[in-house]
Ligand binder design. Structure first.
Ligand code: ATP
Ligand code: MG
Length: 601
């Protein structure tokens, strides 16, 4: 391609809308253009990058035996009602764009395709002889993200590869899952990215496990905890760890102490001369279920620890049927302003005890008449602890479960693991943290969808069983930007060769010099003919502008047909290292071929 003929506009200024380097660079280098919130045009250079990634993904999917197909983006509401997700996806998470057609039929724009693919399998798979089976597609997804941001990282329209596996047995699911795991590792290696595979939260679906593939980068939205021995890595949402041991309590009997102005853990500890590990802290959350019921949740946890709201959310979904509800719509820490709506008299905020009386709750419809009391194991193991006295300006010290407070029956791990904690698999190992961009997620779904939607097969014994499913996603457009986030310098993007839009760029410093033009044209023809995707900068711009643009767009190798032509040589520059060497015209092809060979399959 000749730059003079390409839609090619670069920007000097950093666009104000872009916060992170990869987003800034993709805009500046003319790869993408914002059309609306979370909506982008992929311009010609970007489209080539996306095609490269798509091709790598496709090859690796095909190698697992998965079959490519294309499923509809317009999805009838009935399918989502069958799986029970229509309400959640149009209301609770609100992530699905929904519309009504002229015949008053409701439709959603596919944010994901479990329902559609399960319906297809339900119709077409009859027998165990057709299993195992994996379908995949590479396609635009739509999600009404509440905070679209960082360009392609979190768009409302983006490209995803999604695959769905169907098996007769759990063991077959696991075999496919393992193959996908390997395929994902190969995809990331081939794209030239540094990554980490982490245990992930499976949400309320449960299932036997899921893992995320994180491209490591400071700007990543996800936090990862890992142990240096390589035995453990998890998204912080999911991570478990051993908390530091509690300090022995300085108190030996139950006493109520006056503690003015000590509504925070630190203030109380200072006043009582104790440590946060000796305190049971009690927090109130408000959970709104799809039936319109608000449940106030009293969480007791050790004073130095924080609550992991993803774990709390999952627990509240698990207990939804206690409230005749299917899903949780919202969860928030209840601050004093919200609380006024639900309580009948002022709460002793900052001085709450685990046995806070239920008569604080307003006696009216829409509010559960009892606190849901959950206690984290870190609080359970404390003895002679400090906690609020359910009275402003008073704490108890030397308290014990059973003797002084009834231990809530629901003991659940709600603790947020953090860097510095000891690892569960080996307490000698201390967890470290890193930031990552989630580019893939693989998931053992089990029979959730097949059961809800009646997708069954007949086994050898003639019995009908639900299909055992897995699902596997890669954010193709997110991956493209993640690659930039991992690889750039002050001059611009540095594409890994395997996914660069072009592998080489030839620059004619002075387009009035006919020798330069002639040599460049010849090289351009030869390289492209040899299958090396090459750009030719034949614009009438100054040489400096051309060099700057070549750096900005990040083409791995630059060939400059300048003055050295007088000695029959061209300058060959490696974008990543800026190292340059003079090469004879006849050496360019072989040098490029050698340089590019590791990036080729
Ligand atoms: P996130 O937690 O980042 O919202 P997710 O858990 O919703 O991701 P999945 O539903 O597992 O993501 O989708 C599979 C993959 O699609 C993700 O791993 C990610 O790479 C990509 N993806 C998800 N949402 C977006 C988005 N809004 N924009 C771009 N890519 C996305
Ligand atoms: Mg999401």
């Amino acid at each position: 391609m000749r730059l003079s003929q390409m839609l090619f506009v670069t920007l000097r200024e950093v666009p104000a809308e872009a916060e992170i380097p990869s987003h800034q660079l993709l805009l500046r280098a003319g790869y993408i253009r914002r059309v609306g919130s979370g909506i982008y045009a992929y311009l010609p250079l970007m489209w080539r990058v996306l095609q490269k990634i798509t091709q790598i993904v496709r090859e690796e999917m095909d190698a697992t035996g998965a079959q490519e197909c294309l499923l509809p983006q317009m999805q009838p509401a009935e399918l989502w009602r069958e799986s029970g997700r229509w309400e959640t996806y149009t209301q609770a998470e609100g992530i699905m764009f929904a519309l009504t057609d002229r015949q008053d039929r409701e439709l959603g724009l596919g944010p994901t395709h479990e329902e559609v693919v399960t319906a297809v399998a339900r119709d077409m798979v009859r027998s165990y002889r057709q299993l195992p089976l994996t379908l995949y597609q590479i396609q635009t997804k739509f999600r009404d993200e509440i905070r679209p941001r960082f360009g392609l990282m979190r768009g409302r329209e983006f490209i995803m590869k999604d695959a769905y596996s169907f098996a007769a047995e759990e063991a077959d699911l696991r075999a496919t899952y393992d193959k996908m795991h390997e395929a994902y590792c190969r995809i990331l290696q081939r794209c030239g990215l540094a990554y980490r595979v982490v245990d992930a939260d499976s949400g309320a679906i449960g299932g036997s496990g899921s893992q995320e593939f994180m491209v490591l980068a400071e700007a990543g939205e996800d936090a990862v905890l890992y142990s240096e021995d390589g035995q453990y890595a998890a998204n912080v949402e999911k991570a478990v760890s051993l908390p530091p041991d509690p300090d022995p309590s300085p108190f030996s009997q139950l006493e109520k102490r006056e503690t003015p102005n000590a509504a925070t853990i630190d203030q109380a500890c200072q006043l009582l001369d104790c440590r946060p590990t000796q305190v049971v802290k009690n927090l109130i959350y408000a959970a709104l279920y799809d039936t319109g019921l608000t449940v106030l949740v009293l969480v007791s946890i050790r004073g130095d620890q924080d609550v992991n709201e993803v774990k709390l959310h999952n627990e509240l979904v698990k207990v939804a049927d206690q409230y005749q509800s299917k899903t949780l719509i919202a969860l928030q820490v209840a601050d004093s302003q919200d609380l006024a709506k639900w309580i009948s008299k002022p709460l002793p905020m900052g001085y709450i005890a685990p046995d806070l009386a239920d008569d604080y709750l307003q006696n009216k419809q829409g509010i559960a008449q009892q606190f849901l009391r959950l206690v984290d194991p870190t609080a359970v193991e404390l003895q002679n602890f400090v906690t609020g006295a359910n009275q402003m300006e008073y704490h108890f010290v030397g308290a014990n479960w059973q003797q002084d407070f009834v231990l809530p029956p629901q003991v659940v791990d709600l603790r947020l693991a953090q860097a510095g904690d000891r690892a569960v698999h080996d307490p000698q190992q201390i967890l470290c943290s890193a930031r990552g961009i989630e580019i893939g997620h693989i998931f053992q779904l089990g029979t959730k969808y097949s059961q809800e939607m009646g997708a069954t097969y007949t086994n050898e014994a003639g019995e009908e069983n639900p299909l055992v499913m897995g699902c596997y996603g890669v954010g193709v457009s997110r991956l493209a930007q993640a690659a930039v986030e991992q690889s750039y310098d002050q001059d611009g993007i540095i594409w890994p060769a395997a996914i660069a839009p072009y592998q080489a760029i030839i620059i004619i410093p002075n387009s009035k010099d006919s020798d330069q033009v002639k040599a460049a044209e010849q090289l351009y023809t030869d390289l492209n003919q040899a299958g090396i995707e090459t750009l030719l900068d034949d614009r009438t711009e100054r040489a400096g502008v051309k060099f700057k643009d070549a750096d900005l767009i990040g083409i791995p190798y630059r060939i400059v047909c300048g003055r050295s032509l007088q000695e029959g040589k061209v300058e060959f520059v490696d974008r990543a290292t800026h190292q340059s060497q003079l090469l004879g015209l006849d050496q360019v092809m072989s040098t490029l071929e050698a340089a590019l060979s590791p990036s080729r399959p």
